[in-house]
Design a protein around this ligand. Structure first.
Ligand code: HEC
Ligand code: HEC
Ligand code: HEC
Length: 451
């Protein structure tokens, strides 16, 4: 047998060639399928020179809804004009900029009809048929009723048009290829307005509607998977966002004192609850918006959230009922730890005594008593990671511009990453929790703006 028969070579080349062709055909078909799946019509523009008219009540309602939905946050550049776009949203795939949603005909949504706006809110597709990135929380806004979307349209179309082109997105390949978003939608977009749960009260349903839809609370409080979608089976299980940790708001709530409807209401409305502390970082603007929202809406959110967390008695959350955490016990624990010989704990105890106790530890210092929370009730110490403690230390606490409120100095520059780690170790031990991993590393990254 002649093993090097030229025929054999031709046959195998033919086979490889056919295989290659088949692979290319499959790839091309796959690509066509993606494009077909992703294809959306361009909707006819409206003539921007024609006036629109909306009932003032509708516009007023739209304004309230825009506040609850925090549209301004992602659609306003730092120091920029409201809703004119340009705010950078950093994601694991690159930076996406909020667009201009003022009614400017060239750079905003001036040519959008109500149905184009409705499609964007429900399906995440722009007027020209391009898929929008889910950094725009349309997977939540899809829960809105038609009437609410119409009111939002009325509000935005009556804003002052501002000509401003947002910067182009800066996304890594292949995420800069918009048709891929159709695949994301297939996996994670569950379209349609929120359906009421008949066994629950009207207030609960109102809360569910706002939390799941407009207020998109899960966008931060539900962890994300590698595709940036909500992790399945982990609704409200807590997520990391903008270098902070948005704590779990389900039965895994790490709050030291169990949440109740009243404490949730106070926290959300005032940005502060004496049994839990301040709404800082990315939660600060949320509570600021809720301070302006209709009171009964905030109450409804609190009712629904408290149901999500579940009552402490039934094992919902790990917190104990308010009043059953004895501040003296915590103070004694801290004093005992100060005698600890473990280097990290001892150094942390010394820093605490010198830099924190005057405000946070009024025991034995009645004259210096300040209105700062006893840290033993703070979720910052019982959270699964040190992000919020490090962030609060780094940035301090400042009241919203032009308002009075609790104030804590920033310690950025005053404490090294090692000292922050020691302090964290001491504070965790003082509430009977195991030390967090890698606090020093995280503190360094946060101080360098890399988290
Ligand atoms: C968490 C950030 C975030 C919030 C909150 C948010 N948006 Fe957006 N929105 C975006 C981003 C980012 C885009 C652009 C996405 C893209 O480029 O694919 C966008 C796009 C849009 C678009 C499409 C505009 C266009 O030019 O294509 C509309 C309409 C819109 N948003 C309306 C709203 C409304 C109304 C609200 C409040 C109810 C809101 N957004 C809240 C981030 C947000
Ligand atoms: C000048 C007074 C002051 C000093 C000093 C101070 N804090 Fe604060 N701190 C506050 C105030 C006020 C708040 C926000 C309101 C509140 O929680 O009572 C706060 C909030 C916090 C929070 C957030 C609590 C929460 O869950 O809301 C943490 C964590 C914290 N401080 C830790 C520290 C640590 C650690 C130190 C020492 C390095 C320190 N603080 C020093 C006044 C102070
Ligand atoms: C942009 C991200 C973001 C959104 C949207 C958001 N949160 Fe938060 N939330 C956070 C972060 C971060 C914290 C931690 C803040 C802190 O400790 O100061 C937090 C803290 C909280 C807490 C305190 C939890 C605890 O145990 O200490 C509650 C309650 C809460 N959020 C409720 C809500 C509700 C209700 C909504 C929707 C109306 C919402 N959040 C929307 C990021 C967000």
């Amino acid at each position: 047998v002649n093993r090097s028969s030229p025929l054999r070579g031709v046959a195998s080349r033919g086979f490889v060639g056919r295989l290659l062709l088949a692979v290319i055909a499959v790839l091309v078909l796959g690509l066509l399928a993606v494009l077909a799946l992703a294809w959306r019509d361009s909707l006819a523009p409206r003539d921007p020179s024609l006036p629109l008219s909306f009932h003032p009540d509708l516009v007023r309602r739209g304004a309230q809804l825009a506040t609850l939905g925090d549209c301004i946050a992602c659609h306003t550049a730092r120091d920029g004009k409201s809703f004119a776009g340009g705010f950078p949203i950093r994601t694991q795939f690159g930076t996406i900029y909020g667009t201009n949603i003022t009614p400017d005909a060239e750079t905003g949504i001036g040519r959008w009809t109500e149905s184009a706006f409705m499609r964007a809110m429900r399906e995440g597709v722009d007027r020209e048929g391009r898929h929008l990135y889910p950094a725009f929380p349309y997977n939540h806004f899809t829960r809105l009723t038609d009437e609410d979307i119409k009111a939002l349209y009325g509000y935005f179309m009556t804003r002052e048009p501002i000509r401003q082109e947002p910067p182009g997105n800066d996304l890594r390949f292949p995420f800069n290829f918009r048709p891929l978003i159709a695949g994301w939608n297939l996996l994670f977009l569950d379209r349609g307005a929120q359906q009421p749960t008949v066994s629950q009260s009207a207030e609960w349903n109102r809360g569910a509607y706002l939390v799941q839809g407009l207020a998109h609370c899960a966008a931060c409080h539900t962890p994300r998977n590698v595709l940036g979608g909500p992790k399945s089976g982990a609704d409200f299980a807590g997520g990391d966002i903008e270098g902070w940790h948005a704590p779990a708001l389900n039965a895994d709530s790490p709050a030291r004192v169990a949440w109740t409807v009243d404490s949730l209401y106070r926290y959300l409305r005032n940005g502060y609850d004496a049994q839990h502390g301040v709404a800082a970082g990315p939660m600060a603007p949320v509570s600021l918006n809720l301070s302006e929202a209709p009171e009964q809406d905030v109450r409804a959110i609190a009712v629904y959230m408290s149901w999500l967390v579940g009552p402490a008695a039934a094992g919902g959350g790990k917190g104990v009922p308010a009043g059953s955490l004895d501040p003296d016990v915590a103070a004694q624990a801290r004093q005992k730890l100060a005698q600890n010989t473990d280097h990290g704990v001892a150094s942390g105890a010394a820093i605490y005594k010198g830099a924190c106790a005057s405000c946070h530890d009024p025991v034995g210092m009645q004259s210096l008593r300040r209105a700062a929370i006893d840290l033993s009730v703070s979720t910052a110490l019982s959270a699964p990671n040190a992000r919020n403690l490090i962030q609060v230390l780094h940035q301090g606490i400042t009241p919203p511009e032009g308002e009075r409120g609790p104030w804590m100095p920033p310690f950025a520059g005053a404490l090294t990453a090692r000292q922050v780690a020691d302090l964290a170790q001491f504070l965790r031990a003082s509430v009977g929790q195991p030390a967090w991993d890698d606090v020093e590393d995280l503190a360094r990254k946060i101080s360098e703006g890399k988290e």
